[in-house]
Design a protein around this ligand. Sequence first.
Ligand code: ZN
Length: 400
Amino acid sequence: MRYRNVYKAFVCTIVAIIFMGTVDTTFAADTEIISVRIGGDDNKTRFVLDVKGNAAFRTFSLANPNRVVIDLDEVNWKIGPGGAQGKGLINNYRYGLYMPGTSRLVLDLKSPVKIANSFIIKGEGGKPNRLVFDFAKVTQSEFAKNISQPAARAKAVTATRTPSNRPAGKKVIVLDPGHGGHDPGNLGGVKVNGISEKNVTISASKNIKKILEASGRYKVIMTRDRDIFLKLRERSLVAHRNNADLFISIHADAFTSPSVRGATIYTLTEKASDREAALLAARENKSDIIAGVDLQDEPDLVQNILIDLVKQETMNLSNRFAGELAPELRKAITVRKRSLRSAGFVVLKGIDVPSVLIEMGYLTNSTDAKLLMQKETHDKIGRAILKATDNYFQKNFAYN
Ligand SMILES: [Zn+2]
């Protein structure tokens, strides 16, 4: 056991936290992060995690943008909505489940840093243990020397199709709750009522799924059903693998002006329909970039399975579905004046399944933020989607 851990520490630069003289290798799913404290200034900053239980961690740095990543054995986060503003050298931080068994905390940096020191202070008398990280400002070239590649992430899905999943007579809809894990999505609602986009999208999607399945006409598969990180391509692969009939990505927007509210439906195009749509797509596409994932090893669905004709047909069907959804959504909830827009969303790209992305409203608007946390609103959106899917399948596939 001792040898294995020494080896592991050597090869993987895992920093094992040692309590009571022994290396704790038990899986500590009941470890809780109960608070975060940040102190210091723009030259030296201390980042402290209060931990109930034991935690093993490893750190690495990433550039473009500059980040420090702290990976922990899976923990429960008891510190809020998924991210918050930083202090000193830390712009902001975000956290969540990266993959089963590994939780991730990402510090977005104001300036390049080195980890001057990291250590643990064992809590006495029932007090929490403290995980302490000291950061010191360095030059960009010094920071660049310490950039390391994160360990490869286990493949969550494969491109192989499993048509046997398809229940007889039912259409398959894949619902994709946006963001998750250490990608909280937009935090525009945190100031309004303490909610992050990743939490809104998962709770809305669960209720929408119930409405669609209650009809008896649809089988709904979720790309994630808990607070876990998924790459954008992994999301569309769920639709491909399950031979889905529709893919619907669920999001909530943020804007500098708090008065802007209402839902928008987006489809994929090469050229964005307007500047706002282009900016939104750029923000949503950042999900993989901020996560620091390696995009090189993606199976190239576009090359392998999509010939232009299929792509065009898929885009036509996506637009037809969006066309059915827009009026239904307008009857159900507040939508933007221009409710149908298009842009180059990565999550909708390279997929051979008609797909749309719904921004359900603005978390930066207090009315929308309040409504988007209510089951009643999710049900209204669910019923609008149900009506739209019924119309869409009836009109386009009545004789299939
Ligand atoms: Zn989003």
